[in-house]
Design a protein around this ligand. Sequence first.
Ligand code: C2E
Ligand code: CA
Ligand code: CA
Length: 563
Amino acid sequence: MNSQQLHATPATGKLLVVDDEPNILSSLKRCLVKTPFEVFMANSAQEGLAIMQEHKIQVVLSDFRMPQMSGAEFLEQIKQHHPDVISMVLSGFADFDSAIGLLNSGAAHKFLRKPWNNQQLIEEVDGAFVEYHARIMNRRVLEGEHNPEYYAFEQAVRDQFEMQQEFCLVSLKIKDYDYLEQHAGPGIFTGLLTEIRGLVSSELPQGSKTFAFDSGKIFIIIPDFESEEVIRRRLSAINHKLNEPNTQRKGCVKINCVMGYALAPTDGGDPSSLMENLRCAFSVDNSDRERLCRFDSALRDLQQRQLKIKNSINGALRDNQFFLHFQPKVHLPDQQIDSAEILIRWQHNELGWIPPNEFINLSELDGQIEQIGEWLIDQSVKKIAELHHFTPDLKRVAINISSRQLANHSVVEQFEHLLDKYALPPSLIELEITESCLIQDFEQTLAILWELKELGVSIAMDDFGTGYSSFAYLAKLPIDVLKLDKVLVDGIEGCKEIQSMIGGLIAMCHELGIDVVAEGVELEGQVALLKQLNCDYIQGYYFSKALPKPEFEKLLLQQPFMH
Ligand code: C2E
Ligand code: CA
Ligand code: CA
């Protein structure tokens, strides 16, 4: 390990500094050696994490752009595994936008700029240690660590592990507890606790112990149980009774309780991992629908995968891990491939191929789609221009546009700029939008669609047949193409109703001057029926999956296209 411990005594705290640039690391070292803190240095995030495993680090100062694991991923991991640590980003101002997510999520306490001023940096580090102690005090107060009940609870969990027998740990939370206490008075908890203890002794096996904390949080240890099924039924019964309106309860007839449980040692082999996983049971699903949930390692793994995906997006853009593939659309009347849809592909260095649905949806949720989308539009227009030079027979290539991109006027400027840059006829570009684009702000989206349309690009309505797809939309929107979703195509064989509905839809589209593309076509029978119904284009595995550009170019030369 390259880490260096710089300061032995007197140390009032442990600071970890991470940067992949050796020069920066050594000048930080010269600066921070003046502080009273014990300083550890690491030149990668991985090394930083290894140091954190061994030493009780309290403050982290990390670079943002680092190879392999980015600062974003690093700080998210710290937040997850060492939640009390105060982390700060030290990076170029250009990274500020990307670091906003970290600041918002609380994974980073502050963003400090490079180049730094030594005196200011030392003050910031001092401030971070003050913040750390405040955080610890706060947590102790919140969790009632000074409360003897807390020690008793911890001891009881340790005792259970020492007995080396399976046991169940339950956490019961009263939602909106603070509000209840404010409005129903401080005595409320005593009353509720008596009720809960009563239910525990009547419903749960003998020897079950209840521990209660002021914050409205209650733990139950069930030392001995027949089977998970039985314990689940009993917990459910308790939960049900607590959530039922009860006029005997003074001041709070109706309360909202959620329960999570974990079984030891399956769900955690030591007290701290069991407690951590129990917390996870809540964060996975504590919706009102599911009021009783067991910790589920598959869901925790999914959460970790999603976190990893979200944190790798910036690095993937930088390291060119995204590719564009082209799925041909075959024009049925003459069997020509004259158009295509661009579909994004991502090969992650650790997770392998990640389906676009997965990362596009995730990146829509936290806004990263804007960065991916900008890259996508840029690259797509460039590739379309190359294909246009390869063969002038190509009529249209579609780019998928997500709702978030369409909410921003800058998308119009981006296309305007790129069409100009590549001197590309706008008719070559088609934008595939979905109904979800129109749900948020219909008027604004419509205005942007019209501006795009005025540039000369065409617009396709994607996934028609899912969601609320309505004919009313078609007339209102500046649509050139309608894409029938795979769910409709899948139902077409052997179902006269779907056939006549699709037939009617196609006829109506033609009357409005709209072309119809059938998506997800896999079978010969489907092609024949769609042809009979006058469908214009077929897209689907029956003809071809999405291909890398060189393979797509080969297909473009084989015209008319015979399967
Ligand atoms: P979509 O836009 O509806 O794309 C069609 C999806 O169906 C593609 O999946 C395609 O590979 C798949 N597909 C095509 N023919 C067949 C077939 O015959 N059978 C079956 N089973 N599937 C077929 P893919 O590439 O995994 O993309 C899934 C979704 O991810 C897309 O649905 C789209 O919503 C999103 N997506 C993909 N690329 C992009 C992109 O560049 N930008 C945006 N915003 N979204 C994208
Ligand atoms: Ca599409
Ligand atoms: Ca689609």
